[in-house]
Design a protein around this ligand. Structure first.
Ligand code: ADP
Ligand code: MG
Length: 281
C-alpha cells in the first residue's frame, strides 16, 4: 500500500535497568514515520537517546536490561516487538542495515574485505551465484579505487575512510529497505566526512532506499536528509523539513545546536556550552 509508511514508531520508550540503581529513561515516548525512499536526520547531543532508538528498531539492545515498549514499532509491516529471534535475524541486514561510527570496531580485523562482504551476501542473498563479481561491483559503487587489489586487504591495511566505504558496501549489498547510519563520519577527517556524506546521499537516491542519519552535527545533513527530528533528553522536541529547520529553528535547543555548528572553512569547531537554564531545564 502506497500510503503505509516503511517505518512507524508510536510512543517508543526505552529504559535501561541496572542492578541496584534506578532505571535510566533513555527514550521517553517518541513517534515517527518514515516513507519508503525518504531520509531523516535525527540530531541531538551525546546521550539524548539517538543510538538507543536506532538499535531498538531491529531489537539490537541487550534485553532484558533494556526494556522497550511502544504502541507500534513496525518496519515494512513487521512488528518488531512481537517477533522471535529467528524472525528478527531476517529483519536485520535484509530490511534494516546499520553503519556505525567506528569502522575499525565494526569490521572483523582477521577477515579480508571479500570475506566480510561475502558473508553478508551469503546470509541475505544466497541466490547470488558469482559472489566475487558482486563484491567487486559493490566496492566500485562505494568508490573504492583498485577494487581488485582491495578484495584481499585486511581492515588495518585500509584508511578510516576506506574502511567506512567497506562498511557501507557490506550494509547495502543486502538491499536493505532502510539504512541507519549512526554518526557515520564522526571518527573521520573533515574532508573525508564530506565525501562519505556525499556517497551516502548518492547511494540513497540511486537505490531509492530510506535512511536515518544520526548525528550530533547539524553541519553535515544538508542535501542528505529530507527531514530532521531534533532529540533532546529522550524526546523529539522539533521536527520538520531540513531547510526549514536549518533556516527557522523554533525550539531553543535546536537553535543552541545550530549555534554549535562550526562555520564553513573554520579550522576548529568553536566549543560552546549549551545553556540549559535558558531551556527551562
Ligand atoms: P546518543 O546516541 O544520543 O548519544 P544513547 O542512545 O547512546 O545516546 O544513550 C541514551 C542514554 O541511555 C544515555 O544516558 C546512556 O547512558 C543510556 N544507555 C545507552 N545504552 C545503554 C546500555 N546498553 N546500558 C545502560 N544504559 C545505556
Ligand atoms: Mg550514539
Amino acid at each position: 500500500m502506497a500510503d503505509t509508511p516503511l517505518l512507524r514508531i508510536r510512543d517508543l520508550k526505552i529504559d535501561f535497568r541496572r542492578h541496584g540503581s534506578p532505571p535510566t529513561q533513555a527514550v521517553k515516548g517518541i513517534s515517527l514515520d518514515l516513507a519508503q525512499g525518504e531520509s531523516i536526520a535525527i540530531v541531538g547531543e551525546s546521550g539524548s537517546g539517538k543510538s538507543a532508538t536506532a538499535l531498538a528498531l531491529a531489537r539490537l539492545l541487550p534485553e532484558p536490561q533494556a526494556s522497550i515498549t511502544a504502541t507500534e514499532l513496525s518496519i515494512a509491516g513487521h512488528h518488531v516487538l512481537k517477533m522471535s529471534e529467528k524472525e528478527l535475524r531476517q529483519v536485520r541486514g535484509k530490511e534494516i542495515a546499520y553503519v556505525f561510527q567506528e569502522p575499525t570496531t565494526s569490521l572483523n580485523p582477521v577477515l579480508q574485505v571479500r570475506t566480510q562482504i561475502g558473508e553478508a551476501l551469503a546470509l541475505h542473498r544466497p541466490e547470488v551465484k558469482d559472489r566475487e563479481a558482486e563484491i567487486l561491483r559493490w566496492l566500485t559503487k562505494v568508490g573504492i579505487t583498485e577494487p581488485e587489489k582491495r578484495l584481499r586487504a585486511y581492515p588495518h591495511e585500509l584508511s578510516g575512510g576506506m574502511q567506512q566505504r567497506v562498511m557501507i558496501a557490506m550494509a547495502l549489498c543486502c538491499h536493505p529497505k532502510l539504512l541507519i547510519a549512526d554518526e557515520p563520519t564522526t571518527a573521520l577527517d573533515v574532508t573525508i566526512q564530506k565525501q562519505i556524506m556525499e556517497l551516502l546521499a548518492t547511494l540513497r537516491r540511486d537505490l531509492e532506499m530510506s535512511m536515518i542519519l544520526i548525528t550530533h552535527n547539524f553541519g553535515i545533513i544538508r542535501g542528505v536528509a529530507d527531514r530532521v527530528a531534533v532529540m533532546f533528553r529522550g524526546q523529539i522536541v522539533e521536527t520538520g523539513p531540513t531547510e526549514q529547520i536549518l533556516s527557522h529553528p523554533q525550539h531553543p535547543y535546536t537553535q543552541a545546536l545550530l549555534d554549535c555548528v562550526p562555520r564553513m572553512g573554520a579550522k576548529q569547531a568553536r566549543l560552546r556550552t549549551i545553556d540549559y537554564a535558558a531551556l527551562g531545564e
